[in-house]
Ligand binder design. Structure first.
Ligand SMILES: [Zn+2]
Length: 69
């Protein structure tokens, strides 16, 4: 199992390793990205810590995306 994040809404999801992990929250089948968190680290995080992680991940992702354009 691995932790994935949705680049659109920041939703986390645990999934077994496979090619495509689709966000169940977004309507337009967004492919989720694997993140560098182990299952243990993820489960030890509080709801607030997860929200923080999600926010900073989206922020970094957005910055990288902007640089490319
Ligand atoms: Zn989503």
């Amino acid at each position: 199992m691995k932790i994935y994040i949705c680049p659109e809404c920041g939703q986390f999801r645990e999934a077994s390793r496979r090619k495509e992990v689709i966000c169940y929250r977004c309507e337009n089948e967004v492919q989720m990205q694997p993140i560098k968190l182990s299952m243990e680290e993820y489960f030890n995080m509080t709801k607030e810590e997860r929200e923080e992680y999600s926010k900073s991940w989206l922020y970094i992702h957005e910055c990288l995306h902007k640089k490319k354009n």
